[in-house]
Design a protein around this ligand. Structure first.
Ligand code: GSH
Length: 214
C-alpha cells in the first residue's frame, strides 16, 4: 500500500503526520509551500479543490478532512490503538476530533486571517478579539475533559494529536492558555512524545528548505 500525505508546516496536517508515525506506517510526505501558493496551484486543485491540507493519497485515491483521515489511519493500523477499543469510547473519539476540526479550528483560522470572515476596514482587531474569547471558552471545556488525565482516553489516541495542533496554533497566536493547567500539561506531555519530536524536526527541515527557496 502506498501512502502519501500532503502537508504544510504549522498546519493541522501535523496531526496525521503524528498518528502515521505512531503507527510506524511507511508514508511519503508531499510538502506544500503555502507562501508560494502551491495549495492553490492547478495541479493541487485537481486533487483537492478545497485547497487544504491534510490530504491523504492511498494507492492513488485521495482522502480529505482530518476526521476521515485519522479514522482511516486508525482502522488501517489497529495495532497502534489510535482510537479506543471499546465501541462507545471509540464513538466518543469521533466528536472530539470533529470538535477540534469544526469547533476550535475555525476560530483559529479567524485569528490567522480576519479578512476572510470580515473585510470591513478597521474590524480586524475585533474579529481576533471575538475569536480569542470563543477559544477561551473552548479551551476551558478541553481543560475540564483533561482534568487529572494524561490523554482524552486511557492512552494516547488520534484526538490527542488533533488537539495538540489546536493548542500549538493558539500558543503561536500568543493566546494566554496558562489558566488551563490540564491543557498545558497535555501540551507538554505531547511535545515530549517521540512522534511529536520527529514531527518538529521534520517541520524545521521543511521550513529551512522553503526559506532557502524563497
Ligand atoms: N476541515 C479541514 C480543515 C483543513 C484546513 O483548514 N487546513 C488549512 C491549514 S490548517 C489549510 O489547508 N488552509 C489553506 C486554505 O484554506 O487555503 C480538516 O479538518 O482537515
Amino acid at each position: 500500500m502506498e501512502i502519501a500525505l500532503y502537508y504544510a508546516p504549522i498546519t493541522c496536517a501535523l496531526a496525521p503526520y503524528i498518528t502515521l508515525t505512531e503507527a510506524s506506517a511507511k508514508f511519503e510526505v508531499r510538502p506544500l509551500n503555502f507562501r508560494k501558493g502551491q495549495h492553490t496551484s492547478p495541479e493541487y486543485l485537481k486533487i483537492n479543490p478545497k485547497h487544504k491540507v491534510p490530504l491523504l493519497i492511498v494507492d492513488g485515491k485521495a482522502l480529505s478532512e482530518s476526521v476521515a483521515i485519522q479514522t482511516w489511519i486508525a482502522r488501517t493500523f489497529p495495532h497502534a490503538k489510535l482510537l479506543p477499543d471499546e465501541p462507545w469510547q471509540e464513538l466518543q473519539a469521533i466528536p472530539l476530533m470533529s470538535w477540534c476540526s469544526g469547533g476550535i479550528h475555525p476560530f483559529l483560522a479567524r485569528i490567522n486571517s480576519p479578512p476572510r470572515v470580515c473585510d470591513v476596514p478597521g474590524t480586524e482587531e475585533s474579529v481576533k478579539k471575538l475569536a480569542a474569547a470563543n477559544l477561551m471558552e473552548l479551551f476551558k471545556i478541553a481543560d475540564d475533559l483533561l482534568t487529572n488525565r494524561e490523554f482524552f482516553f486511557d492512552h494516547f489516541t488520534a484526538p490527542d494529536a488533533h488537539f495538540f495542533w489546536c493548542q500549538r496554533r493558539a500558543r503561536q497566536f500568543e493566546l494566554d492558555l496558562s489558566g488551563f493547567k490540564h491543557c498545558t500539561a497535555h501540551f507538554e506531555r505531547m511535545t515530549r512524545r517521540p512522534s511529536v519530536q520527529k514531527l518538529l524536526g521534520f517541520e524545521k527541515s521543511i521550513q529551512d528548505e522553503f526559506a532557502k527557496a524563497a
